[in-house]
Design a binder for this molecule. Structure first.
Ligand SMILES: C[S@@+](CC[C@H](N)C(=O)[O-])C[C@H]1O[C@@H](n2cnc3c(N)ncnc32)[C@H](O)[C@@H]1O
Length: 180
């Protein structure tokens, strides 16, 4: 078991909630397979969708030298050590660009916000520009239960074999867009 999973349990993140078992592999194996190579050197990580702060706190503790930016339409928590909370509507390209300019570039971006195309699409298209080379943009909760499962089709059409700057990796219920 990864210590990332244990940290998410400690901070009561929704990614390890009993109701969302499809998401458990994110922190058990999938995220560690990307994170561990740069665990000591990553310095900037963004998560869109903070809720009660479980995930952003877990990620902050996992990366000893990183600051985590948590962006949310309606933030429920305040800044802490190595954790900056920012109000941002992920449907707004203007607000997303301001976020990227103020805090980017990022080693990783985790999108766990509205789970609707109206937010998923602008967030992806704006924020991939604020990834470091080798950085990864993750889209979570890509499951048929959510209205916007069609993000799979969108990413396939727009990013797979379309732009040599990006490589797409599909995981169960999770899409990773890697900036090559
Ligand atoms: C699933 S919760 C995040 C859970 C958290 N990442 C975790 O793992 O514990 C989704 C969050 O997205 C936020 N959200 C919903 N619509 C949004 C939008 N348009 N822009 C930014 N955040 C939004 C909600 O306020 C909520 O806090």
């Amino acid at each position: 078991m990864s210590d990332l999973f244990d940290l998410h349990k400690k901070y009561v993140s929704l990614k390890v909630d009993e109701r969302y078992k499809y998401a458990w592999p994110y922190t058990e194996t999938i995220y560690p397979s990307y994170f561990d190579k740069v665990r000591a050197t990553a310095d900037k990580i963004l998560e869109i969708g903070v809720y009660m702060g479980g995930s952003v706190r877990a990620v902050r503790d996992y990366f000893p030298n990183a600051t985590v930016i948590g962006a949310d339409l309606d933030p429920q928590i305040k800044d802490e050590e190595r954790l900056k909370i920012v109000k941002c509507d992920q449907r707004s390209t203007v607000e997303l660009e301001a976020l990227g300019e103020a805090y980017g570039p990022f080693d990783f971006i985790i999108e766990d916000g509205c789970h609707k195309m109206s937010g998923q699409v602008p967030s992806l298209n704006v924020m991939v520009r604020y990834l470091k080379p080798g950085g990864v943009y993750f889209i979570e909760d890509v499951i048929p239960k959510f209205e916007d499962y069609k993000i799979i089709e969108y990413v396939t059409r727009k990013y797979v074999n379309r732009n040599p700057e990006y490589r797409v990796e599909f995981h169960p219920a999770l899409i990773a867009v890697v900036r090559v």
